[in-house]
Design a protein around this ligand. Structure first.
Ligand SMILES: Nc1ncnc2c1ncn2[C@@H]1O[C@H](COP(=O)(O)OP(=O)(O)OP(=O)(O)O)[C@@H](O)[C@H]1O
Ligand SMILES: [Mg+2]
Length: 244
């Protein structure tokens, strides 16, 4: 579903990604972790071409992002993305947040968009809040609306960038529950997260990045259960985050 091939990227003179190669099959859940500044957000943003790359190629569902003939807005509309800060429109109701892109980007009728949006809202357990505004919801609820909004677009893959790291601790679980459910239903997912409980429970693979490079790309079992085989940097990282 996603092929990342020898991707390098620079911000001016600073090389943020160095020769990154990996691929994600349909239905696979891949967790990306690593220290702050290692390039995780940048890598995930390159997958829907929010950040251009200067070398290599990325192919999503058979379509190359670097091919000038590719219709990037169209491709992006099929790649769901959920960020750390739930970017809902504050001046629109939950229902309008769920339907806007379906109508504007996918050309769905208002009724179809509403039906689809509310179905997804129900799926994340928030039907009772359909007429509220984002400011009237908790952080965890807003993040679940953001997930429902992405799902309303019928994505072929979902990208998550630390979706729980800005939440109060008691709200992390409700967002992770929705993500676990999605994973179990077979959604293809690439998730930047340090929620190692989530990684252990549902991921198929773990990618560990350091200084713009993919240092580890292995199965969940290899990553968590065979620490001796890991690179010193990954071992050090695991020790730190698993201590708490
Ligand atoms: N727009 C930008 N211009 C210049 N440098 C940038 C830009 N965005 C990110 N960087 C730099 O690129 C590096 C990687 O950033 P990135 O946000 O991808 O890291 P990250 O692994 O997601 O970190 P964190 O865990 O803190 O979110 C950092 O050194 C950062 O300062
Ligand atoms: Mg980041």
């Amino acid at each position: 579903m996603i092929e990342i091939k020898n991707v390098s990227k620079w911000y001016g003179p600073f090389q943020v990604l160095t020769d990154c190669t990996t691929s994600i099959r349909k239905g696979e859940v891949v967790v990306v972790c690593g220290p702050s500044g290692s390039g995780k957000s940048t890598l995930i943003k390159t997958v829907n071409a929010l950040e251009p790359i200067q070398a290599g190629d990325i192919v999503v569902d058979g379509t190359s992002l670097t091919d000038p003939k590719t219709n990037l807005p169209k491709l992006r509309s099929r790649v769901g993305m959920v960020f750390q800060h739930f970017e809902l429109f504050p001046h629109l109701s939950v229902t309008d947040n769920l339907t806007l892109a379906q109508i504007k980007v996918l050309g769905r009728s208002k009724d179809d968009a509403k039906a689809r949006g509310l179905k997804m809202l129900d799926r994340v357990g928030l039907m009772a809040h359909k007429d509220k505004f984002p400011g009237q919801l908790s952080g965890g609820q807003q993040q679940r609306v953001a997930i429902a909004r992405a799902l309303s677009m019928d994505p072929i893959v979902m990208l998550f960038d630390e979706p729980t790291s800005a939440l109060d601790p008691e709200m992390v679980g409700e967002v992770l529950d929705v993500m676990v459910q999605l994973a179990n239903e077979g959604m293809t997912m690439m998730c930047v997260t340090h929620e190692m409980g989530f990684a252990r429970k549902v991921s198929n693979r773990v990618i560990f990045m350091d200084a713009g490079k993919i240092i580890e790309d292995c199965t969940k079992d290899e990553f968590f259960n065979n620490p001796e085989a890991r690179s010193p940097r990954a071992k050090d990282f695991l020790n730190k985050i698993l201590q708490h």
